[in-house]
Design a binder for this molecule. Structure first.
Ligand code: FE2
Length: 326
């Protein structure tokens, strides 16, 4: 089996993924996409930045949009258990000879940024400003009714290495795709919070951010979003789906924001809290892996992604072809 045994007692406790910052070229256009169309809630904004949260979230932000000339993804944010675990996290990265830089982040307590061994920018913090609950303010629900951020998916030039590193951080593999010919990992889904994943890795030129996913109440909300996007000028931003994934069993839709950042709308995966949960293995050539109903993903889905700020990607080391739509 190509995946490591789970590390049930990591050096520090990551609670879950928390937020991401995307650099966008036109804040007004991005606001029309994320707020007016998807229905995320603005928690703070000025001429340069928009902070957003989803309907269930009490923390101040799950997505930060920052205006910039070169669209890219900045730090992937993770919440740790408390300040003690934050110190242990900083020590962990220092001992791995990875950069640790303490930074001021509005609405967050002490935060440090670092990079994983492939150069993905990460940030860790323990506490974010808490806001009043809005999950029962139904008049505020708009668009696809996004409830919470669910996961990141990144292109990795070496998925085996990514899984080994994040396994060290306590991320547990729930499902994985093996390239039968080489016996190496082509993709893996790893979690902290008890869903199928907080972060997944896909073989490809990387590191790059493949997508950020938001959980929504039901598949019907995804159908409603498709009707909305297709009649309000966003039809070209629909990339793949709707469908049901083989991996994760989730209902999904992939859309692209005005700068091409990919967003997944996602619901109904399953609980994974058991420490002895057996990972599910998939063959790269199984047509039901990507979509249970058999439809393959388009080429753009395998090739396009957001660059991470300050990190040039490198080609994937594993040359194995998934099934691509003609
Ligand atoms: Fe996803």
């Amino acid at each position: 089996m190509p995946i490591p045994a789970p590390n049930l007692y990591p050096a520090f406790n990551i609670v879950r993924l928390s937020h991401v910052e995307l650099v966008v070229s036109d804040l007004a256009k991005s606001r029309a996409f994320y707020v007016d169309t998807l229905g995320l809630q603005v928690t703070d904004e000025d001429r340069e930045t928009i902070y957003l949260r989803a309907m269930e979230e009490r923390g101040h932000h799950c997505l930060v949009l920052r205006r910039g000339d070169t669209p890219c993804a900045r730090d992937l944010g993770f919440k740790v258990y408390d300040e003690d675990h934050l110190e242990k996290a900083a020590q962990f990265f220092t001992e791995k000879s990875l950069p640790v830089e303490w930074v001021d982040r509005p609405f967050q307590s002490r935060t440090f940024r670092t990079r994983d061994p492939h150069g993905i920018p990460l940030e860790f913090y323990a506490r974010m400003d808490r806001l009043a609950p809005i999950h029962q303010q139904y008049a505020l629900y708009k668009g696809v009714k996004p409830l919470r951020i669910d996961h990141f998916n990144v292109f990795s030039p070496n998925v085996d290495e990514s899984v080994a590193f994040y396994n060290d951080l306590g991320f547990r593999v729930t499902e994985y795709t093996e390239d039968e010919a080489s016996g190496r990992l082509w993709a893996a889904w790893t979690h902290r919070k008890g869903g199928v994943h907080d972060i997944a890795f896909t073989n490809g030129t990387g590191p790059r951010l493949h997508h950020t996913a938001f959980w929504v109440p039901t598949p019907l909300n995804i159908i409603d979003l498709l009707d909305l996007m297709s009649t309000t000028g966003w039809v070209d931003n629909i990339e793949r789906g709707p469908g049901r994934h083989g991996i994760s069993n989730a209902f999904f839709l992939y859309i692209r924001d005005p700068d091409g950042h990919r967003i997944e709308i996602y619901c109904s995966d399953y609980q994974t809290v058991d420490p002895d949960l057996e990972p599910i293995k998939w063959d790269l050539k199984d047509p039901q892996r990507q979509t249970l109903w058999g439809a393959p993903a388009p080429r753009s889905w395998f090739e396009e992604g957001s660059l991470f700020e300050g990190q040039a990607p490198v080609p994937a080391q594993l040359d194995a072809q998934p099934i691509i739509a003609p």
